[in-house]
Design a protein around this ligand. Structure first.
Ligand SMILES: [Zn+2]
Length: 276
């Protein structure tokens, strides 16, 4: 199976809009038209390049789906399933990244680019360990701005590079998105998105506790964590709050389950004593 990073990290040599060059265009409107034409041409070339890239798979030819060669009458005769090349998962992640806050900057984070700050040693070591053995839950907590999100992004990127379908969500943005699925003109259904997140092979949730509380939010998060807890699905969480202080006591008790969840502190100022 081709690794996701091999595909996602390839440089795309075309498609970067360029400023209009010094030309003999007689007016600024000519320059605008010329620039627009170039952008359109770049977009066409970029699309073609993406299709060629996807078409590299000899199994699915860039469709992402394959049919099993089974005899007529077999339970899976005629059924399509995702190609082992992982194209379906990669496309799904690209769509999800755009709405759940996994920015290009975060997607570029790696252990190689990490500049460790004082106080983050425990969290960095725990993240290294989790990437090498991605099972159970990892809970990174500490003050705002001390690198938890970066560590989560590093873990997600490293796990994707190992072939995991690892999802990154900023919790408040996830909740806004789920709320919007109830709008009459929403192109996606709530169940579809929420069920996918509940059972995502690996889920990273950034900034738990920053959401505005409400009974709906509490039940939603409880169901999401409850499902992943029962199935022991790999999950990484960042928060400013120590696990005991997470608002919903049912959720807090799951995060304190040492059998499943590793807790690591990340912060310049050691506020652990103050939080007790
Ligand atoms: Zn394929």
């Amino acid at each position: 199976m081709r690794r996701i990073d091999e595909v996602l990290s390839r440089p795309i040599p075309i498609g970067v809009p360029t400023a209009p060059p010094a030309t003999s265009a007689s007016s600024s409107s000519d320059a605008v038209l010329l620039n627009r034409h170039r952008k359109e041409k770049d977009a066409v070339l970029l699309n073609r390049h993406r299709k060629e890239k996807d078409a590299e798979c000899s199994l699915c030819g860039g469709l992402g789906w394959v049919r099993l060669e089974v005899p007529y009458g077999h339970a899976e005769f005629g059924q399509a399933r995702p190609c082992p090349c992982g194209l379906v998962a990669r496309r799904r992640l690209q769509r999800i990244d755009a709405v759940f806050g996994f920015t290009p900057q975060l997607q570029a984070e790696s252990f190689a680019t990490l500049i460790p700050i004082e106080g983050s040693e425990e969290a960095i070591e725990a993240t290294h360990h989790y990437v090498a053995h991605p099972s159970g839950w990892l809970y990174l907590w500490g003050p705002v701005g001390d690198g938890k999100t970066k560590l989560l992004a590093i873990a997600i990127n490293a796990l994707r590079a190992s072939g995991y379908e690892a999802v990154f969500c900023v919790v408040p943005e996830l909740l806004s998105y789920l709320r919007a699925t109830f709008e009459p003109d929403s192109p996606v259904r709530f169940d579809e998105t929420f069920d996918y997140l509940k059972s995502a092979p690996l889920l990273g949730l950034d900034d738990l506790g920053a959401e505005s509380p409400s009974p709906w939010v509490n039940e939603l998060l409880y169901e999401l964590f409850g499902w992943r807890y029962r199935a022991e699905l790999p999950t990484i969480v960042t928060s400013n709050a120590r696990p005991e202080l997470i608002r919903d006591p049912r959720l807090a008790s799951r995060l304190r389950d040492v059998r499943l969840c590793t807790v690591a502190y990340c912060g310049r100022t050691d506020v652990r004593q103050l939080c007790r």
